[in-house]
Design a protein around this ligand. Structure first.
Ligand code: HEM
Ligand code: ISQ
Length: 154
């Protein structure tokens, strides 16, 4: 699939909007994941000793931001190279951590759903099908790379 300059721009543009309010969007992202898949709760260390989602956990925030930054980076690479390239070290690390936490294929759809909803909420009236497609494609390709690594590590 060819990833256009327009698609790359749509992803970058929406990420710029979200950057203005990292604490809110990261919390909302995580909340949505748990709303869609309550069972995923036990996998996250931020929730180990509590029933409530911590309102300002630095780890939660930085992880959520990483997911968005990596998806954004994927969009750039898809346009530049036609494929997503993640450094071997990062991929190995993410593959093993997700495997170890018990993440399985359907979870990736949950995170995708939450991610798209957050972007939609963040950009408001600017949201459109093309933007959805661009984020979706960038995420799918990134998820594929992580899943492949998880299979290798298994
Ligand atoms: C941890 C990214 C998908 C669950 C992490 C970390 C990153 C990350 C950057 C932090 C690693 C660290 O620094 O320690 C991503 C990306 C994904 C993805 C880019 C998809 C493209 C998923 C999915 C799930 C998931 C589908 C399942 C719901 C977790 C869990 C942790 C984690 C449980 C450990 C958090 C903790 O307790 O510290 N992920 N992730 N991730 N991820 Fe993901
Ligand atoms: C880790 N992996 C995927 C999604 C996440 C969302 C919030 C915090 C950590 C995460």
């Amino acid at each position: 699939m060819v990833f256009s300059e327009k698609q790359e721009a749509l992803v970058k543009e929406s990420w710029e909007v979200m950057k203005q309010n990292i604490p809110e969007f990261s919390l909302r992202f995580f909340t949505l994941i748990l709303e869609i898949a309550p069972a995923a709760k036990s996998m996250f260390s931020f929730l180990k000793d509590t029933d409530e989602i911590p309102q300002s956990n630095p780890k939660l925030k930085s992880h959520a931001v990483k997911v968005f930054k990596m998806t954004c980076e994927s969009a750039i690479q898809l346009r530049e190279k036609g494929e997503v390239v993640v450094s071997e070290t990062t991929l190995k690390y993410l593959g093993s951590i997700h495997l170890q936490k018990g993440v399985i294929d359907p979870h990736f759809e949950v995170v995708k759903e939450a991610l798209l909803r957050i972007v939609r909420e963040a950009v408001g009236g600017k949201w459109n099908e093309e933007m959805k497609g661009a984020w979706g494609e960038a995420y799918d390709q990134l998820a594929m790379a992580i899943k492949a690594e998880m299979m290798k590590a298994h």
